[in-house]
Design a protein around this ligand. Structure first.
Ligand code: PEP
Ligand code: MN
Length: 362
């Protein structure tokens, strides 16, 4: 789908690469208060596998008036979480002032959000602000399913000296995302992994799923595909969350989820073939829809033919004999590599059906 890589992206011996188990990043969608951060972090600290605590400090919200995050003040709470629990910390940065504040407060991992990855100007500014600071950076996919835009953002950061770089898959906005919040389009990430085997890849299962019931299957698929890490939103009391309440888990629920995942079944090749099969099924579904649409359009034309009384046609129409029409169709079929017997059967049936239904002379 896209051209060969300009640069080798990411590395296998950094903080972001998996070792035996996937790295788990967890924490609230938004930092809301010091109490909320600490209560959540204390719960997460007890879980095996969670090593990085995330929290949204500045929130990109669709509409003004929604909760926009607590801003810089919340970076102090992130620092307290780190001091008290020993967990590493991560937050999204969407501009150079965010970068400066996050670095000043000792954040360990920076995340470029989906709404920032879409903007190469902004990504370049962030990359320039990070020159000389080799901090781990995770780049989320852009909102739209554009692999080159994602790759471009990763390359901009790599060119500015970020060596511990990772891609974070959070799903894409498509015409029909159901049942997800953001459609995973797993085949895009399979392609990215194939062309950039050293690039750690994370799955933001929370923003793909958008609801708790889908977190497990999405996380399992990511593990089966050999992802390096998972990101899951967690809140000590999700019902009161100021953003993304429907997709966050309590620390003990996250524990159950992580324990229920099958980490042994990793056969990335089988999982890759599963993704390919899913993609091909989708293509067949679209083609069948198109076939049906064509049949319906043909019905309408046949019905109009049936409505013209034969005796009222004064001039003999230029009727091409059916055998000649069929010969030409069969020739087209063999040029297109489609089985001729099959084509003959299909067209004979189609013609017979419409002639009988609409009572015109075939
Ligand atoms: C988030 O991680 O809280 C977030 C806003 O994600 P995204 O950039 O994927 O929308
Ligand atoms: Mn969120």
């Amino acid at each position: 789908m896209y051209t060969s890589p300009i640069l080798k992206l990411g590395k296998r011996d950094g903080l972001l690469a998996r070792t035996t188990h996937p790295v788990v990043i967890a924490g609230p969608c938004s930092a809301e208060s010091e109490e909320q951060m600490l209560q959540t972090a204390r719960g997460l600290k007890k879980l095996q596998g969670v090593s990085i605590f995330r929290a949204g400090i500045w929130k990109p919200r669709t509409r003004p008036g929604s909760f926009q995050g607590m801003g810089t003040a919340a970076l102090d709470w992130l620092k307290t979480v780190k001091q008290e629990t020993g967990l590493r910390t991560a937050c999204e940065v969407a501009g150079t002032s965010h970068v400066a504040e996050a670095l000043k407060h000792g954040v360990d991992v920076l995340i470029i959000g989906a709404h920032t990855t879409v903007n190469p100007f902004l990504v370049q500014e962030i990359a320039d602000a990070l020159k000389g600071v080799d901090i781990p950076v995770l780049v989320k996919n852009p909102v739209n399913p554009d692999l080159l835009l994602w790759l471009g953002a990763l390359e901009r950061l790599q060119q500015c000296g970020i060596s511990d770089l990772g891609a974070m898959h959070r799903g894409f906005s498509t015409l029909d995302n159901a049942p997800y919040r953001n459609h995973p389009k797993w085949d895009h990430v399979v392609e990215l992994k194939n062309t950039h085997p050293d690039l750690p890849v994370y799955c933001d299962a929370s923003h793909i799923a958008g609801r708790r019931s889908l977190l497990r299957p999405v996380s399992q698929r990511a593990i089966d595909l050999g992802y390096d890490g998972l990101m899951l939103e967690a809140h000590h009391n999700p019902a009161t969350a100021l953003s993304d309440a429907g997709q966050q888990l309590m620390p003990q629920e996250l524990d159950m989820l992580l324990q229920s995942l099958n980490y042994k079944s990793i056969d990335p090749e089988a999982a890759r073939l599963g993704v390919e099969m899913e993609e091909l099924r989708k293509q067949i579904e679209h083609l069948d829809d198109e076939l049906l649409d064509l049949l319906s359009r043909r019905s309408k034309v046949s019905a109009r033919m049936g409505n013209i009384p034969r005796h009222s046609i004064t001039e003999a129409p230029q009727v091409v004999h059916w055998d000649l029409v069929l010969d030409s169709l069969l020739l087209q079929a063999s040029n297109a590599g489609v089985n001729k017997d099959f084509v003959q059967t299909v067209f004979q049936e189609v013609r017979k059906h419409y002639a009988q239904t609409y009572l015109y002379q075939a």
